[in-house]
Design a protein around this ligand. Structure first.
Ligand SMILES: *Cc1c(COP(=O)(O)O)cnc(C)c1O
Length: 434
């Protein structure tokens, strides 16, 4: 698959190069030069397949020129080795539960697929992965790469702005996983990562790679479960899918599924109070506000880094925002009410899924079926959910075992020079380079 840099279309790379490089010149995002598409008959055949087999076919349409069908199937089988259930929460409304992987969040899909691809590519030289997380990416990336040879992971996260349990899940691993709590918000962490990628010297010395939602391998991985969602609901009605959105990687993947031919009638981008996109769609003006801390903290992003890909996709497909996308924000008060309402239906949710459900419910018409993406297990937001529901919820074993381990994080100000010094003196790749 060939990809181009959206900011500099003359910069073209292969899929493998794009995975290694993360970003193009001037922090431009890579975008496929050609988006494959399936005929309606082929879509029906795909929908009839089991998840892993279908996923390999969908991904093969993109990367089949760089990996054999057997390799693609192996990448898929290793990466997606957990269930992806669809649950009906009330008549006509379903949730796709994306939180049954090792870190109980949907970012396991992207993180694990990317680690499988990089495992194949890291045989040549040491790789350092630098990523910023608002909570779940970091955990997914850390677990996906834990003890993978020749790869080291540095995760930056906003100090005090992720849940204690989230922090425990990825800041207690050690070994090839290093974590840094930054005195600042997620956007400050993201800005540091971007600065590091702009630093050509550093990039070369430490074999820098990013694993956040800008990496194309993560996006491709996420396309696969939209097919699963669609396959598991009644298809005699229009299907609407609501995506709880922060950096908009998940929604980009959903829209790519549609571009491949999956007949989703409408996508909903549900946000919290960080509502840059719904305001943009209403006014045509891109005016990010200061990032606000909310209950759905993995979506506390006011400058969503995947948005340029969505613009690009709408441009090349000639789609119209008014027609193909609906977007609305949900306040914390509404989020809490919605968690209570879902509990009343017998479904224990968490803030991110609740945001998606809420906008879906307000939008959905009788003649449609709705799917909202469940992006995290409620136990990952145990404190918040227990406060709202007024009762305890169980902690699954995957989380319980990290609870009492000591945090191993460093703590830095949001200062690039400090970070650079650390990367040049503490990473295995830098040491090997000397
Ligand atoms: C990352 C995350 C989101 C937002 O996904 P994007 O791809 O960044 O839009 C939503 N919910 C949870 C639980 C997340 O971790």
């Amino acid at each position: 698959m060939q990809l181009y840099n959206i900011k500099h279309p003359e910069e073209k790379v292969s899929f493998k190069q794009a995975v290694l490089q993360g970003l193009g010149k001037d922090q431009g995002l890579f975008f496929p030069s050609e988006i494959p598409s399936f005929s309606p008959e082929q879509i029906q055949e795909l929908l009839a397949l089991p998840f892993q087999e279908r996923a390999a076919k969908v991904l093969g349409a993109f990367i089949g020129d760089e990996f054999s069908p057997e390799q693609v199937q192996e990448l898929v089988n290793n990466a997606f080795n957990f269930p992806v259930p669809v649950v009906e929460v009330e008549p006509g409304v379903y949730t796709l539960e994306l939180f049954h992987g090792p870190t109980l969040a949907f970012k396991d899909f992207g993180g694990r697929f990317m680690s499988q691809v990089l495992r194949l590519l890291a045989q040549e030289r040491k790789i350092t992965i630098l990523t910023a997380t608002s909570g779940d990416t970091g955990a997914a990336v850390a677990h996906a790469f834990y003890q993978v040879p020749n790869i080291e992971v540095i995760v930056l996260y906003p100090k005090g702005r992720i849940s204690e349990l989230q922090e425990k899940l990825f800041c207690t691993l050690g070994d090839n996983i290093k974590t840094i709590a930054i005195n600042g918000d997620f956007d400050a962490c993201q800005a540091l990562v971007k600065q590091a990628f702009d630093d050509e010297h550093l990039r070369e010395v430490i074999g820098l790679n990013s694993a956040n939602s800008i990496n194309i391998s993560r996006l491709l991985a996420q396309i696969t479960y939209y097919f699963e969602a669609y396959a598991r609901v009644p298809q005699n009605k229009e299907v609407v899918i609501s995506v709880p959105s922060g950096n908009f990687g998940n929604l980009t993947a959903g829209l790519l599924a549609k571009a491949l031919g999956l007949p989703v009638a409408k996508y909903i981008a549900a946000t919290n109070a960080n509502d840059t996109v719904p305001r943009y769609l209403a006014s045509g003006k891109w005016e990010p506000h200061q990032t606000q801390a909310t209950l759905s903290n993995a979506m506390d992003v006011s400058r969503p880094n995947n948005w340029p890909r969505i613009e690009e996709l709408f441009r090349v497909k000639n789609w119209k925002f008014e027609q193909d996308l609906f977007s609305a924000p949900v306040s914390d008060a509404q989020t809490a009410q919605t968690i209570v309402a879902l509990d009343g239906l017998g479904y224990v949710s968490e803030p991110h899924g609740a945001v998606a459900y809420r906008v879906l419910k307000d939008y959905l018409k009788d003649e449609q079926v709705g799917i909202f993406l469940g992006t995290a297990h409620p136990a990952k937001f145990k404190g918040e959910v227990e406060n709202i529901l007024g009762r305890e919820i169980a902690l699954p074993e995957q989380l319980a075992k990290y609870k009492d381990r000591p945090l191993l994080s460093e703590n830095f100000d949001a200062d690039y020079a400090t970070l650079k010094e650390f990367l040049l003196s503490h990473t295995a790749a830098a040491k090997a380079h000397k």
